[in-house]
Design a protein around this ligand. Structure first.
Ligand SMILES: NC(=O)c1ccc[n+]([C@@H]2O[C@H](COP(=O)([O-])OP(=O)(O)OC[C@H]3O[C@@H](n4cnc5c(N)ncnc54)[C@H](OP(=O)(O)O)[C@@H]3O)[C@@H](O)[C@H]2O)c1
Length: 372
């Protein structure tokens, strides 16, 4: 590895507090919180070192921790978990062009060593400048969930959603769904979403009027999925796009009732909500995707079935910041901020357990340092 630039890095300690994953299983069995983890001081030319102020958890974090995805993600242990991050750059590699020490950044560290640590090292391409209207905790709530919905609605489907598009979002209170509702409203789409009664208030907290009967451009149409099947409720209403943030076969089945001819169904979960990637599961998912793709070409309604996986891209983070976040069109909703300085390792366990419960009402944040 090349040496980092010779900035004033004297304040960086040699060891840090960090979560460590020591195997696959439940958080309480495989996670520890240590004070003596070496700070990753060696930077290759394109890497930066960030003093982490806040991180957030996503379902992929507990799916990976459980080992559900170990067929495609193998770690050498101990591994530092966590993807979403917001913090301040404290050191840069010699070839870093986009940033300098002192920049406030947010990003998604992907599958490398992660953000549940006082310092995180990653390629500069994992980061973008942090939205200036957000706190560190709010900024950490954005990258993975918001970028997934940004890509799904604007870059993965063709045509992308825009003014007047009719969009149904399955799971309007999921973190990805909350961003999707806001992105869709920001471009002037008609938005309907499925959401349980207890979460209607989340959409109102974002400033939207809600209706349980109609979608128009001034309000969001909400269907309580515990009471009604959206397929029956919206049958024949010619939606352009169904964006599924919930998963399960029923979303696709019901979507076919509401999509127009050539309408697009895009899911970020697929049929298996637990994402257990065994060879058998991959074969079964593969064959159902092939089957649905076949019918999207040869069926009479040509409904396009798309399975979307986030491909992190800092240009998306920049676009999200300038067009949607700093303009106030998209805001994070935070459920709980956990702080390991107060509650130690219990805060980490609670973070994972609440995410895994599937009951979070917005993003779950891990606060790591105070803002300067
Ligand atoms: N493919 C990708 O790149 C990608 C990226 C990000 C996320 N994901 C996946 O997308 C899914 C959502 O992630 P997230 O972080 O957005 O979720 P989340 O915030 O953890 O979702 C929690 C919310 O889901 C609601 N919910 C549960 N069951 C529901 C249902 N049947 N219909 C409507 N709402 C329901 C819950 O409220 P109630 O129970 O009260 O309704 C709760 O408010 C996860 O499976 C995640 O792994 C995939």
């Amino acid at each position: 590895m090349a040496e980092s630039n010779s900035n004033n890095t004297s304040g960086i300690p040699s060891v840090m507090k960090a979560a460590q994953q020591n195997g696959y299983g439940d958080a309480r069995n495989v996670l520890t919180l240590r004070d003596d983890v070496p700070v990753p001081r060696e930077l290759s030319s394109k890497q930066i070192l960030v003093r982490v102020h806040a991180a957030s958890i996503n379902p992929v974090d507990w799916k990976v921790l459980n080992g559900n995805m170990s067929l495609i993600t193998r770690f050498s242990f101990p591994h530092i978990p966590g993807k979403d991050v917001a913090g301040v750059i404290v050191d840069v590699g010699s070839g870093v062009k986009r940033f300098q020490v002192g920049d406030k950044v947010y990003g998604n560290l992907g599958m490398s060593d992660g953000s549940f640590a006082e310092y995180a090292r990653a390629d500069e391409s994992a980061f973008a400048i942090k939205p200036n209207n957000l706190t560190m905790e709010e900024a950490a709530a954005i990258p993975l969930a918001c970028e997934t919905s940004y890509q799904a609605l604007f870059t993965k489907i063709s045509p992308p959603i825009g003014e007047g598009s009719k969009v149904l979002i399955c799971g309007g209170s999921t973190a990805t769904g909350l961003y999707a509702v806001q992105l869709a409203k920001a471009v002037g789409a008609y938005v309907t979403t499925t959401c349980s009664q207890r979460n209607f208030g989340l959409l109102e907290k974002l400033g939207y009027k809600t209706s349980q009967t109609t979608a128009d451009q001034n309000q969001v149409h909400i269907i309580d999925y515990n009471e009604k099947d959206f397929g029956k409720e919206l049958k024949g209403q010619n939606y352009d796009v169904v964006y599924d943030c919930v998963g399960g076969q029923q979303q696709w089945t019901s979507a076919q009732e509401v999509l127009k001819r050539n309408g697009q169904f895009i899911t970020i979960v697929g049929d298996d909500t637990k994402s257990v990637l065994s060879v058998k599961a991959i074969a079964s998912v593969g064959s159902s995707i092939v089957n649905r793709k076949f019918w999207s070409v040869f069926g009479s309604l040509h409904h396009n079935y798309i399975m979307h996986f986030l491909i992190p891209n800092f240009q998306n983070l920049n676009d999200m910041r300038t067009k949607y976040i700093e303009t106030g069109k998209v805001k994070p909703i935070i459920d709980t901020v956990f702080d390991w300085r107060k509650d130690g390792v219990e805060s980490l366990y609670s973070l994972y357990e609440k995410s895994k419960s599937g009951k979070a009402q917005g993003k779950l944040i891990l606060k790591i340092a105070d803002e300067e």
